[in-house]
Design a binder for this molecule. Structure first.
Ligand code: FAD
Length: 298
């Protein structure tokens, strides 16, 4: 176990913004995690998190060591159950599965988070979402919740309040791996062509409303390129907010608030953030009126 005091989120989060985490603890096992007692926040890979410049109080944990493991169980007809530690990076998981000739989680290609973060967000892409392969999650006290017990929906993991995922089981397969790899390659090329992946961001900021795209609505509100300090609504993809260098969390939040207000004013749509916002903010900026905050552990 390693402990860091007043560790800036800007060193860990993908936006490169955010103030100090009062206490960040890197835990290597479930036993270490349990021994901590109270845990206020979980940091996955910080690829979908926003914390104020003033920082975040309490204990934040990050999962390492044996909480990044992978076990495979083989079944008939090429079916495989993968049991994965929640701290494992999606990219590492996919590379290892690839080497082992196992497929099924192509929907996580290009999603730069951990397995725990993927489950908590029900991460996904045009190739599907993680809920389609999820069998069960294991919590801190050993509780195992089956997929049907989670209220999963589009970009929402539906975990019970305060639930820390330490592991997840997925239904994978040795069949159709080549075909999946081809779909993934096409998908990654398309992302590279359409998303501003050269600048720090947290990917899509808002969920797409049914039958529409948040990026289209933000663009229609005339906000492509709108900036606050060094944070901008991307010219390339309006659902991305990028840090052009030296942005603050406040700058990013002002972009979020402006996009949300202007889309409501111009299209009447109340966008729901995909990004998880933690900590205390100027109430003029956050929370958004009438929109719950999905990011709290409770
Ligand atoms: C360039 C870029 C592209 C992206 N593209 C996509 C995409 O195509 N599709 C997509 O879905 N997302 C995308 N994202 C967003 C992000 O990568 C995903 O939401 C990812 O699943 C977040 O995982 P994380 O480990 O980084 O979680 P974090 O950002 O660290 O945390 C997100 C939330 O999950 C919670 N959490 C993390 N781990 C656990 C755990 N073990 N137990 C309980 N709660 C936990 C956190 O407390 C927090 O509330 C993109 C981000 C970037 C930067």
């Amino acid at each position: 176990m390693r402990e860091f005091l007043e560790e800036p989120l800007s060193r860990h989060g993908y936006w490169r913004v955010g103030g100090p985490l009062e206490r960040l603890v890197l835990v290597e096992s479930t036993a270490e995690l349990r021994a901590l007692g109270r845990v206020d926040h979980v940091l996955g890979n910080g690829s979908n998190l926003l914390v104020p410049d003033e920082g975040l109080r309490g204990t934040t944990v990050r999962l390492a060591g044996e909480l990044r493991g992978l076990d495979l169980e083989e079944h008939a007809d090429g079916a495989v159950t993968a049991t994965v530690g929640a701290g494992l990076l999606n990219a590492v998981l996919l590379a290892r599965l690839d080497r082992l000739g196992v497929g099924g989680l192509g929907c996580l290609a290009g999603v730069p988070g951990t397995v725990g973060g993927a489950v908590a967000m029900n991460a996904g892409t045009a190739l599907g979402e993680v809920s389609e392969r999820l069998l069960a999650v294991t919590g801190l006290d050993g509780t195992r919740l089956g997929r049907a017990e989670l209220a999963m929906e589009y970009r929402h993991g539906g975990l019970p309040e305060g639930f820390i995922v330490v592991g997840a089981a997925f239904a994978l397969s040795r069949n159709g791996v080549r075909e999946e790899q081809a779909r993934v390659a096409l998908h990654l090329a398309r992302r590279k062509a359409t998303q501003p992946l050269d600048l720090p961001s947290c990917g899509s900021v808002f969920r797409n409303p049914a039958g529409d795209h948040a990026g289209r609505l933000i663009e229609a509100a005339g906000l492509k390129g709108w900036s606050s300090g060094a944070a901008s609504i991307s010219e390339r993809h309006a659902n991305f907010i990028v840090n052009r260098g030296g942005a603050t969390a406040g700058d990013v939040m002002r972009c979020i608030r402006t996009a949300w207000e202007q889309v409501l004013a111009t299209s009447g749509v109340r966008l729901i953030p995909e990004v998880h916002v933690l900590g205390r903010w100027d109430p003029q900026l956050w929370p958004l009126p009438g929109v719950g905050n999905a990011g709290t552990l409770g």
